[in-house]
Write a protein that binds this ligand. Sequence first.
Ligand SMILES: [Mg+2]
Length: 261
Amino acid sequence: MILSSNRLLWPLNLWFPRVKNLPYDGIVHRRSLAQTLLIDADDTLWENNIYFERAIADFISFLNHRERKPAEVREILNDVERDCIVTHGYGLHSFAHALVKTFERLSVEPLTPALHETIHGFAHAIATQPVQLLPGVERTLEYLSGKHHLVLLTKGDHKEQTGKVQRSGLQKHFAAVEVVPEKDPGTYTAVIAKHQLEHERTWMIGNSPKSDINPALRAGISAVFVPHDDTWILEHEDVLTPDPPSELLVLQTFRDLVEYF
Ligand SMILES: [Mg+2]
């Protein structure tokens, strides 16, 4: 609990130390030509990480470790999650597995079927959360889809991600929805080829330097970084400086896109 509430108070430039150095002249440069906008979903269109943070806080309270502080437990969980992503990918199944493995690593009690079920419950409570859109998202997409070609590009478990897209009611604004297991430069190159996109008129928009901004810039397209105060720690990374003609915009909110597109 301590960790999640502290995280909300951390200033943005501590998380993304180079953000303040990025070009942002405050002048409106709205694109007249139609662009392709690849748009991330979790923590860009709707809340996501806050539910994981709550589940983690519940898990750490439940574990109630006598010697390890909550922040230390969290560090161990982060390491276990990194390993679980390699073998199980992203999503609730992988997260539940990480909680169980962390429990096994830290608890003196053996893992009984009842404990296993309780721990899985922390993860699977996330699946029942409603899709809570971020401010201005619906109207912004309505505007953008009238002028540009929108593709939703999200990583994670196919069923979980498409379920959220359906429940969000936002699918109608997108020409296509792509759910990918990972977002690396190769993913962007494949999406660009599949949809026959022009690099100079394609942008990736999202909250994650690691998954949205840096691999998109490495793949030779432009990017719009819309930071979210509660971005998952495993998505943190310094933001790259783009190589022209690629561009990078840093916006405070999703609705600011209407000023540029
Ligand atoms: Mg995201």
